[in-house]
Design a binder for this molecule. Structure first.
Ligand SMILES: CC(=O)N[C@H]1[C@@H](OP(=O)(O)OP(=O)(O)OC[C@H]2O[C@@H](n3ccc(=O)[nH]c3=O)[C@H](O)[C@@H]2O)O[C@H](CO)[C@@H](O)[C@@H]1O[C@H](C)C(=O)N[C@@H](C)C(=O)N[C@H](CCC(=O)O)C(=O)O
Ligand SMILES: Nc1ncnc2c1ncn2[C@@H]1O[C@H](COP(=O)(O)OP(=O)(O)OP(=O)(O)O)[C@@H](O)[C@H]1O
Ligand SMILES: N[C@H](CCC[C@H](N)C(=O)O)C(=O)O
Ligand SMILES: [Mg+2]
Length: 493
């Protein structure tokens, strides 16, 4: 509050050497106040330049934009006293500016990108640091969590929010932060102002092709973490089991970055030698530069031990002692809504909750759970409304192909008719049981569990609401699983 900085202090030079004392930053003209810098960014729907006139009326002291933005508002800018900064990449300039405006970030920050596993890796990295005695947070889809907590709207927040939470974390004593770098965040330069010590890459499969033109462009966006955000003296921690991971490692090497490779491959710096799966966890045997280690993990799914090793690589890459890092691994706790054991029945059957909400993720999650289960594997699946329609039958199909029994139910119908979403899913799994009400579907699934069986509830993971029309009704899969077990077995399991 009451903060002011000159353009020079924000690293900006205005046309004609005009000066301004900035009182705040905004990317949305509706948030501009007297003395603010308004960043008029090129958008997917409209150029922010269209709103410069409005920002000026609200009292903006400076406008940061590109040549197109300046052209759109040429007349208004000519008449205004506001400073004008024109640059080729205003999104990147805004990120640097936001870093200087807020002025502080935790001493050690790492970032992880990839299609799947970002939230899990960020959480495990934070947990490793916490176990080592550091004040640590993770920043991503589930908000800022750990030694400082605040909810977030986006996986990788836009730079103004991002640097505000980094500065607030630092002020709260946080020294270590692990953040998720989404492909949108990278394409839009949201984290270009963050100083990172190490960067991680999990994997690349098809996603977000509504935003990126094709898979190559999607890969290039992710590569930005290594080509722009991570400096030459940073450490790149890469899953080399993934074909695109090997491409990413080559990119990192060509920039002179140290590459710490992780995976099941023999040659990887940190690699998995063997794993054995039990009903509530797994034993992981791994090798680090020729030395063998073993850890008992209370985590479900082979991919979670891969995520744990990537997190260990990030902690090591950012300076932690490898042996101390490996000693913390048995203390890793399940990430909320990611292969989370939600409840157990008296007969020993288990109920798991996972955020899988694409055909590929449904398949991966079921296959990953299978080695932990001696009996039948039941799956609850549903698709969200107002989202990719083509994935619906494919999700049903993935469930039918890999599970022993499928229940199709609702998942955030939003503005759509839930019955028609369910019938699209049912096209892929005609033998499935259809139960629209999600709580009832969970109850039916839990009721069907015999000894040694498991139920996997997919789609909502950590979500705490069911979006129907414009309403959000409280709903938590994991809570409903406990309620169902309590109702059937008496008492909470
Ligand atoms: C698709 C996308 O990423 N959009 C981002 C983009 O907005 P845009 O290009 O669509 O904006 P636009 O509507 O064309 O408007 C252009 C500009 O005019 C501004 N404007 C607009 C209207 C107005 O009255 N005044 C005004 O100033 C807008 O703030 C914007 O800067 O630039 C904006 C400013 O930086 C972002 O806030 C916005 O993120 C929106 C909120 C969003 O929902 N993003 C999602 C898709 C996202 O980023 N998701 C990823 C991960 C998802 C995942 O992995 O599942 C995330 O990191 O969360
Ligand atoms: N290493 C992995 N390989 C394959 N699938 C994974 C991996 N890690 C997680 N998953 C699957 O992806 C889902 C999402 O995991 P997580 O939230 O950690 O990823 P994310 O990259 O943060 O996703 P989002 O893009 O939604 O933020 C999990 O529920 C699981 O089904
Ligand atoms: N946050 C993502 C995943 C939501 C998953 C599922 N619960 C759904 O509503 O489709 C989205 O909004 O597409
Ligand atoms: Mg995430």
């Amino acid at each position: 509050m009451g903060r002011r900085k000159s353009l020079a202090e924000l690293g900006l030079t205005a046309q004609g050497g005009r000066k301004a004392e900035i009182t705040g930053l905004a990317v949305d003209s509706r948030e501009v106040r007297e003395g603010f810098l308004f960043a008029a960014l090129p958008g997917t729907r409209v150029h922010g330049g269209e709103f410069i006139q409005y920002a000026l009326r609200m009292g903006a002291g400076a406008i940061l934009t590109d040549a197109d933005g300046a052209r759109i508002a040429e007349a208004e800018l000519a008449e205004s006293e506001a400073a004008l900064i024109v640059t080729e990449d205003p999104r990147q300039a805004l990120s640097y500016c936001a870093a200087l405006w807020f002025g502080a970030q935790p001493e050690t920050v790492v970032a992880v990108t990839g299609t799947n596993g970002k939230t899990s890796v960020a959480s495990f990295t934070r947990q490793i640091w916490t176990a080592l005695g550091f004040e640590a947070v993770s920043i991503g889809t589930t908000g800022v969590e750990g030694a400082y907590e605040v909810p977030l709207k986006h996986t990788t927040p836009e730079p103004i929010t991002l640097h505000r939470v980094l500065a607030e974390s630092e002020a709260a004593g946080v020294t270590h932060a692990a953040m998720e770098a989404s492909s949108h965040g990278l394409a839009q330069r949201r984290l270009d102002g963050v100083r990172i010590a190490a960067a991680g890459f999990t994997n690349l499969t098809q996603d977000h092709l509504d935003y990126h033109a094709d898979l190559d462009e999607y890969f290039s966006a992710k590569a930005g973490l290594f080509t722009r955000v991570l400096s030459e003296d940073g450490v790149a921690v890469i899953n080399v089991d993934d074909e695109r991971g090997r491409d990413m490692a080559a990119i990192a090497r060509s920039r002179g970055q140290e590459v710490l490779s992780v995976g099941r491959r023999d040659g990887a710096d940190l690699h998995i030698i063997a794993r054995s799966f039990a009903p509530t966890g797994q034993v992981l045997r791994f090798q680090w530069h020729g030395r063998v280690g073993q850890a008992e993990l209370g985590l479900i799914g082979g991919f979670q031990s891969e995520n744990v090793l990537l997190a260990a690589g990030l902690a090591i890459g950012a300076g932690a002692d490898p042996d101390q890092v490996f000693d913390t691994l048995p203390r890793m706790q399940t990430v909320r809504g990611r292969m989370q054991l939600a409840a157990r029945r008296v007969n020993g059957a288990s109920v798991f909750v996972d955020y899988a909400h694409t055909p590929g993720a449904v398949e991966t999650a079921i296959k990953a759970l299978r080695p932990h289960v001696m009996g039948r594997l039941l799956v609850i699946v549903g698709a969200g409304g107002d989202r990719d329609r083509t994935k619906r039958p494919l999700m049903g199909q993935a469930a039918a192909e890999h599970a022993d029994l499928v229940i199709v139910t609702d998942d955030n119908p939003r503005s759509e008719d839930p019955a028609s979403i369910r019938s699209a899913v049912m096209l892929g799994c005609p033998e499935a049981l259809e139960v629209g009400d999600r709580a009832e579907a969970i109850l039916r699934g839990v009721d069907a569990l015999g000894p040694g069986d498991a139920l996997l509830i997919t789609g909502k993971g950590h979500e705490t609401g069911q979006i129907v029309g414009d309403n959000i009704f409280p709903f938590d899969d994991s809570e409903q699983a406990s309620v169902a077990v309590a109702a059937l077995d008496g008492g909470l399991a």
